[in-house]
Design a protein around this ligand. Structure first.
Ligand code: S3P
Length: 419
């Protein structure tokens, strides 16, 4: 029984967050269409409104008025970032340069995630940013910033984005150099909104200034959401799935390259390329998959797809290796342990040595009484695909986390699955 069909995944989560949060630093009014309807992006919208921003929401569309830094000076504004690391990190960068006292906090999962990586460069710029043992709550006393030249210590688009957004409000240009290329949405959108980020390889320099929202912006669909069904199609015989209007920026499509190397048929039909490439992507089963090595430099381009790729690897012949996946330990949960224990509970041979992940396939699943996603949305969706493929019906604990990124995932899964 295969996955077959064509679908439009939800709006890209990373782009949706940035569109809403960057309106804090922009003039103009915009109709943003096709936004992510996930809970995380709703959190960024609440933060925008908490600062006094006006926006009218209707399903996936949002009419938004740029605040252009003109919010009241808050003596103490608490913003609940709930489960959203992107909201907390990007907002920290935005608020660092604007006078006021802000406290950013979140739920129990977010409270365990590292924030010092963002606080450190912002302090070098002159901001007063403190965390609690390197974690939330993040307390920001916004004020004048000076540009810096910063080499990131973690391959993180949220870290890079926070420093670039702070750089827009600084007195002088800021340079951020990455060790590995991460998703480039912040810099691409700054340039698209009339700002200036100059790129020289992995070195980015942002010129301080104001952004202007375009009258309309169509958000492309989320490749990380599409990945669950596209990857399922790669390893379930007779499957063929097409995801439409997907963001196909090279910093996001590492999983397609891996599926192709494992032996799946991947076809792209590009439809537009401004500000970033978008198109339709089809993945088709083309015989049993083979294990491959995924290099450290590829990891940022598929960081959120590792759980579902790991599931595909359990069905591939030979060993699949993911090099240097330590960042997985600081996602919504320790995803490295989640993948190891939950795929392990299905009988898969998964090992972790140092920061490398190894999966030896193929495995015919044994079905336990239940699986536990630890309320990690991406792990819960991976386990759901595993159980669908195995035609097993057992509870996935913590699956109510799925709407964080993909509210109608279960319905989509039922529509694409052919009995
Ligand atoms: C994101 C960057 C990545 C990714 C997350 C979204 C973004 O996190 O895992 O889901 O929108 O910038 P890191 O920046 O922590 O790598």
């Amino acid at each position: 029984m295969p996955f077959i069909g064509t679908f439009v995944p939800p709006g890209d989560k990373s782009v949706s967050h940035r569109l809403i949060l960057m309106a804090l630093l922009a003039t103009g009014e915009s109709l943003l269409t096709g936004l992510s309807t996930g809970e995380d992006v709703a959190t960024s919208l609440s933060a925008f409104r908490a600062l006094g921003g006006e926006a009218r929401s209707s399903g996936e569309d949002l009419q938004i008025i740029g605040l252009n830094r003109n919010w009241p000076r808050f003596d103490q504004l608490e913003i609940d970032c709930r489960n959203s690391g992107t909201t907390m990190r990007l907002l920290t960068g935005i608020l660092a340069g604007i006078p006021g006292h802000y406290v950013l906090d979140g739920d129990d999962q977010l409270r365990r995630r590292p924030m010092e990586r963002v606080a450190k460069p912002l302090r070098q710029m002159g901001a007063k940013v403190t965390c609690h043992n390197g974690r939330p709550p993040v307390i920001i006393d916004g004020g004048p910033l000076t540009g810096i030249d910063y080499l990131t210590e973690h391959a993180s688009a949220q870290l890079k984005g926070a420093v670039l957004l702070a750089g827009l409000s600084a007195k002088s240009p800021t340079t951020v150099t990455e060790s590995l290329a991460t998703r480039a949405h912040t810099e691409n959108l700054i340039n698209y909104f009339g700002g200036r980020v100059a790129a020289e390889g992995l070195k980015l320099t942002v010129t301080p200034g104001t952004l202007t929202l375009p009258p309309t912006f169509k958000t492309p669909s989320d490749p990380s959401s599409a990945a669950f069904f596209l990857t399922a199609a790669a390893f379930i015989p007779d499957s063929r799935v097409t995801a439409q209007n997907v963001l196909l920026a090279p910093t996001r499509t590492g999983f397609l390259s891996v599926l192709n190397r494992m032996g799946a048929k991947v076809t792209l039909a590009m439809t537009s390329d401004s500000p970033e490439p978008v198109g339709d992507v089809t993945v088709e089963y083309a015989g049993p998959l083979t294990g491959v090595e995924v290099l450290a430099a590829e990891i940022p381009t598929l960081i959120d797809e590792i759980p579902i790729l790991a599931l595909a690897a359990t069905q591939a012949r030979g060993v699949t290796t993911f090099r240097k996946v330590d960042e997985l330990r600081v996602k919504e949960t320790d995803r490295l342990m989640g993948v190891r224990h939950q795929l392990g509970a299905l009988g898969a041979r998964v090992t972790v040595e140092g920061d490398d992940l190894f999966i030896k396939g193929p495995t015919s699943f044994i079905i336990p009484e239940s699986l536990d996603s630890a309320s990690d949305h991406r792990l819960a969706m991976t386990l759901s695909v595993a159980l669908t493929a195995a035609r097993a019906n057992i509870p996935i604990l913590g699956a109510e986390s799925i709407p964080i990124s993909y509210p109608n995932f279960m319905e989509r899964s039922r529509l694409l699955w052919r009995e």
